[in-house]
Design a binder for this molecule. Structure first.
Ligand code: F6P
Length: 327
């Protein structure tokens, strides 16, 4: 491994996700293991611009592997989209002699990282931190597993009250452009129907399905809706269904940001730990403008330009399974 690299900074950017702290810990610990000086940047690219940096030692990441959120805070920076903002960020890094940056975030964060590294002599590695699971170059993003389990836990609770009152619930989950959370949680929680942005939603088909369930003596039901569905959010869809079908009393629950918080699952902690170490080792091998991800349980580096939003790996066969099991 090359020994030229001396100082590396880490930041978390965009929507936070459970496991970001485990990832920060892995980066700091493995960086120090390889004799690097590690810096944390507070509030993502905004902190990078404003000079909000803190030295990270071994103990600065103690007792965080189990914590949700991010000790480095996160932000969506408008200023970093501008050349002036990037210039300021570069000077802040140069002033401290920092030569490389690890960005834990999603699609938008990677785009910023790519342009930055293209423009200046700063090496950049991306790590997939988003609950949406919608990136190329990794089978799982850090936080997706925890978020999906949170959703399943919530829907299990909703099922109890839905059953007690013979009600139909429309449950909205996160996923502005992606249906991974809805599809997987929808199967795991036994929902009657799953509505996601990647597939065409037909209110008529949904109503038909609900009517069939009612005629087969279903007394309550659960429909999971990804927030980005083309027919609207859960309130809108409930209103459209209600106009055609009065077989149930209908209720709506928006799970919202509860899905982003909480202690990361074992899976997310291990994923974050593996990718954190991989990022440092990748930098030491000279990798640049790449995202470290996990494909078929192997660490794989993908150019940041290709690690953009992706929903093509969504397993459409899961819909078939869900239809069979929800009759
Ligand atoms: O973290 C990704 C995501 O959860 C999207 O699914 C969602 O649309 C978005 O973040 C909302 O984030 P915020 O409320 O922080 O803008």
């Amino acid at each position: 491994m090359s020994t030229q690299l001396k100082k590396v900074a880490i930041l978390t950017s965009g929507g936070d996700s459970p496991g970001m702290n485990a990832c920060i810990r892995a980066l700091v610990r493995s960086g120090i293991y390889y004799s690097l000086e590690m810096w944390g940047v507070v509030r993502g690219y905004d902190g990078l611009i404003q000079g909000d940096y803190q030295p990270m030692d071994l103990r600065s990441v103690s007792n965080i592997i189990n914590r949700g959120g991010t000790i480095l805070k996160s932000a969506r920076s408008e200023e970093f989209r501008t050349e002036a903002g990037m210039d300021k960020a570069y000077h802040q890094l140069k002033q401290r002699g920092i030569e490389a940056l690890v960005v834990i975030g999603g699609d938008g964060s990677f785009r910023g990282a790519f342009h930055f590294s293209n423009r200046y002599d700063i090496k950049v590695i991306g790590l997939p931190g988003t609950i949406d699971n919608d990136l190329n170059g990794t089978d799982f993003t850090i936080g997706y597993d925890t978020a999906t389990n949170t959703v399943v836990d919530c829907i299990d609770k909703i099922r109890d009250t839905a059953d007690a009152h013979n009600r139909l619930f429309f449950i909205e989950v996160m996923g502005r452009d992606a249906g991974y959370i809805a599809l997987h949680a929808g199967i795991a929680a036994g929902c009657e129907d799953i509505l996601i942005p990647e597939t065409k939603t037909s209110i008529d088909d949904l109503v038909d399905n609900l009517k069939k369930g009612r005629s087969r003596n279903k007394t309550s039901g659960l429909v999971i809706v990804a927030e980005g569905d083309e027919e609207g959010g859960a309130y809108e869809i409930a209103r459209k269904v209600q106009a055609q079908f009065d077989g149930y009393e209908m209720k709506v629950t928006i799970l919202g940001h509860i899905q982003r918080g909480g202690s990361p699952s074992c899976f997310d902690r291990v994923l974050a730990s593996r990718l954190g170490v991989a990022a440092i080792e990748g930098l030491l091998e000279g990798k640049n403008r790449m995202m470290a991800g996990l494909i078929n349980n192997q660490v794989v580096f993908t150019p940041l330009t290709q690690a953009a939003k992706n929903s093509s790996s969504l397993d459409h066969d899961l819909f078939r399974i869900s239809k069979i099991l929800s009759i």
